[in-house]
Design a binder for this molecule. Structure first.
Ligand code: CDP
Length: 235
């Protein structure tokens, strides 16, 4: 059956309700919260500070070290605490998605530690985490060329949709999974894509449409991120 109406009644190019805030962790140098509906991520930034062990120091630039994790009860089936293959992969792609926006050459031999914790998950946690992290890095006052905005886009039963929920990710047609999930991140000012992953099948024509939609929605997220930072500055 084609997917003609979304489970939660959203338009195909509509995200869940976005909530964002900076300064949620006073002890951190920068922090932020970002939600896509009931997917909630918190990011905390510490540093730049001298990187240890010393042999990892780079005299030409600082290093962004990201740790992503989910709380055990952020998901329906308890997640075993501690790092997993999945969390290590997401930490790595998050680092890669954010690095191009940071001017880390200004901080040789240093580390910027970024912790992303998902406190409630209903798909799209890496994209919510990247949005929170981008806000937290800016809130920490780190020199950046731009923010990074992120959303997942996908194909459900032949239809291009943004910000998939877990039910949508698991959508099955004739007992066969019929969802494609594409986490996407961009630096909206120069249009540089910093995250592009793909799980599932898609034609090149559909991929083009999906990426156009993702870009359009990231521009909307970018406006929210800028507004949140502006409001924090005005306080
Ligand atoms: O969260 P994201 O979409 O970026 O990554 P994913 O690996 O595609 O995971 C999709 C969703 O599966 C998560 O957001 C959680 O809702 C769920 N999940 C879960 O229930 N238990 C896990 N151990 C991992 C993920």
């Amino acid at each position: 059956m084609p997917y003609t109406k979304r489970f939660d009644g959203r338009k195909f190019d509509e995200t869940r309700k976005i909530e964002a805030e900076v300064g949620v962790i006073p002890n951190a140098d920068g922090s932020a919260m970002f939600c896509f509906g009931d997917t909630k991520a918190i990011a905390a930034v510490y540093g730049p500070r001298t990187l240890y062990p010393q042999h990892l120091q780079d005299p030409t630039r600082g290093r962004l070290k990201c740790i992503y994790d989910m709380l055990s009860f952020s998901v329906t089936e308890r997640k075993r605490p501690g790092p997993s293959r999945r969390s290590i992969e997401i930490s790595m792609v998050t680092e890669k998605a954010l690095n191009p926006a940071l001017k880390l050459e200004k901080f040789p031999n240093s580390a910027v530690n970024l912790y992303i914790m998902v406190i409630q998950a209903n798909a799209g946690t890496r994209t919510a985490g990247i949005n929170a992290a981008s806000l937290a890095l800016a809130h920490a006052g780190l020199p950046m060329t731009d923010l990074v905005s992120s959303v997942s886009v996908g194909k459900i039963g032949g239809k291009i949709c943004v910000d998939l929920t877990k039910d949508e990710e698991d959508y099955k047609e004739k007992d066969e999974k019929d969802t494609t999930d594409i986490p996407f991140a961009i630096m909206p000012r120069n249009g540089k894509v910093t995250l592009l992953q793909l799980d599932g099948k898609i034609t090149s024509k559909e991929l083009k449409e999906a990426l156009q939609t993702a870009k359009k929605v990231c521009n909307q997220i970018y406006e929210v991120q800028k507004k949140v930072l502006q409001e924090a500055l005005n306080k």
